[in-house]
Write a protein that binds this ligand. Structure first.
Ligand code: SAM
Ligand code: SF4
Length: 328
């Protein structure tokens, strides 16, 4: 079965936030004092999440990404991964993490059925890493997390670099070395003004491309899209490199025309678009005994609400929830 929205986009991807909690306070994501947290009783249980995912896979969802907040701070995450993979109908089960708690979990997550991970790493400088993470994170933990993910075969490992003003030319030089040595996809993401704003936007994608070419002493060779809706990044190869670069440009060149995803927040709201405040409550009907057919009807309703494109420019447009509360 294939699902399509009103703009004829095929919807096969669900991003599931399992928590709004996080052990970091990244300056572009959360205020230093943190955000008001959901009550435990408001967060969907793993059983509720698995039921929703099971119903949606029967409707055509084939890709699931687990996110947060920081998904690895929620207890029982390995068993949850196992339960989702055991449904047998997910082609691609992935997880986005800040990497700090990954090292001891990577093998277990792989054994439970996780296919791959995306890890956030903006800088290789320990002091700036500490600053970016709101004085919470240690660079060495995230680097260990990356190494463990590669060793466990949670591949392809993708690194997310948010282009805030805290990223410097020295970081771009480091990523240029890393792409040669390691089989990682290093993706530069344009800063979105929907988080805390404790730091401003940084280098433009064009500047980053020029610096990557300078430091790799190579040209970036565009990889043709395979047309399978493989996500918003545009990828580039570099000669003799084990890895590759990607660019995600929600602001300067949005990719709404090929958007294939729906989000589910930790407190049980479907969101048709990251960059719109529109939400549809699924937790209340679920807890009031909704049948599978009723859940499918709600899902169809949210797909019907997907906007043609977002309206985000460089300014904050009054987002009611921050990234960590939606599931970025
Ligand atoms: N805690 C996990 C992590 O950091 O990878 C998962 C949740 S986090 C909200 C998901 C992604 O959103 C991360 O790669 C993070 O860097 C990115 N992100 C957060 N705030 C952002 C912003 N204002 N602009 C662009 N990306 C942002
Ligand atoms: Fe936490 Fe991820 Fe937000 Fe950083 S970007 S504060 S790690 S949720």
């Amino acid at each position: 079965m294939e699902l399509h929205d009103t703009y004829n986009r095929s919807i096969d991807y669900l991003r599931v936030s399992v928590t709004d909690r996080c052990n970091f306070r990244c300056v572009y994501c959360m205020p230093p004092e943190g955000l008001e947290l959901l009550k435990h009783s408001d967060i969907l249980t793993y059983e509720e999440l698995v039921r929703i995912i099971a119903v949606l896979t029967r409707e055509g969802i084939r890709k699931v990404r687990i996110t947060g907040g920081e998904p690895l701070v929620r207890k029982g995450i390995v068993d949850f991964v196992r339960a989702v993979k055991s449904l047998g109908s997910i082609d691609d089960l992935s997880l986005t993490t800040n990497g700090s708690l990954l090292a001891p979990l990577a093998e277990h997550l792989k054994a439970a059925g996780l296919d791959r991970v995306n890890i956030s790493l903006d800088t290789i400088n320990p002091e700036r890493f500490h600053f970016i993470t709101g004085n919470c994170g240690q660079l060495s933990d995230t680097l260990k997390g990356i190494e463990s993910a590669l060793q466990a075969g949670l591949t392809p490992v993708k690194l997310n670099v948010v282009l805030s003003e805290a990223v410097t030319e020295a970081d771009i030089a480091y990523f240029s070395e890393l792409v040669i040595a390691q089989p990682v996809a290093i993706r530069f993401i344009e800063y979105m003004p929907i988080g805390h704003g404790g730091v401003g936007p940084g280098m433009s994608v064009q500047t980053v491309k020029e610096l990557l070419e300078k430091y790799t002493a190579n040209i970036l060779d565009p990889v043709a899209s395979n047309g399978k809706g493989n996500g918003p990044a545009k990828y580039y190869r570099v000669a003799k490199a084990k890895g590759c670069f990607g660019f995600i440009t929600p602001i300067s060149e949005h990719f709404c025309g090929s958007c294939n995803r729906i989000r589910l927040t930790a407190d049980g709201k479907f969101r048709p678009c990251l960059l719109s405040n529109q939400e549809l409550d699924i937790k209340t009907p679920l807890r009031n005994g909704a049948t599978d057919t009723e859940l499918v009807r709600l899902f169809s309703q949210v797909i019907g609400q997907k906007p043609g494109e977002h309206k985000l420019t460089g300014d904050d447009h009054g987002f009611k929830r921050k990234m960590s509360q939606i599931g970025g």
